[in-house]
Design a protein around this ligand. Structure first.
Ligand code: ZN
Length: 151
């Protein structure tokens, strides 16, 4: 039987940034991201949208939830710019930003704002989700400015 493992090895080695650690609750999040969808758990009891994923609602403790498709729109809540190289995979991107985006639906998530100069970042900047396929298993949600045309 012919093996194609060498092809997949090459692809995995091409992405040398840290990857997410999937846990028992997060596979639906990553499955949606692979389809370029941003989905999070919405509580069936009170409607609260929560992130990161978990077994119960932090507001009403209901275990019932659905994985709702979100708008992908939000605003920069805070950010920092990394000048120090902590991971070799980022060497071509220094300095790069790490941002906390507050989604329209409420949750905040850590991400990178792509396609923008770090000096143009500001609190409240409207952003929309975009996706980077890192590996076969992980497609990473990033955000870009909603103020500028993006091709
Ligand atoms: Zn709830």
């Amino acid at each position: 039987m012919q093996s194609f493992d060498h092809l997949f090895t090459v692809k995995r080695m091409a992405y040398d940034k840290p990857l997410p650690q999937s846990d028992v609750w997060s596979p639906p999040f990553w499955e949606a991201a692979r389809k370029h969808e941003l989905r999070m758990q919405r509580c069936a009891g009170c409607g609260y949208v929560r992130f990161p994923p978990g077994p119960t609602c932090p507001r009403c403790l209901s275990p019932e939830a659905s994985w709702e498709l979100l708008s992908g729109r939000g605003r920069v809540w805070s950010w920092t710019v990394f000048h120090q190289l902590y991971y070799a995979g980022f060497k071509d991107e220094l300095p790069y930003n790490v941002a906390l985006v507050e989604l329209e639906e409420g949750p905040r998530l850590y991400t990178n704002i792509v396609g923008i100069e770090n000096g143009a970042l500001r609190e409240g900047l409207p952003v929309v989700v975009t996706f980077e396929q890192a590996t076969d298993d992980f497609t990473i949600p990033h955000f870009r400015s909603a103020d500028v045309a993006y091709s």
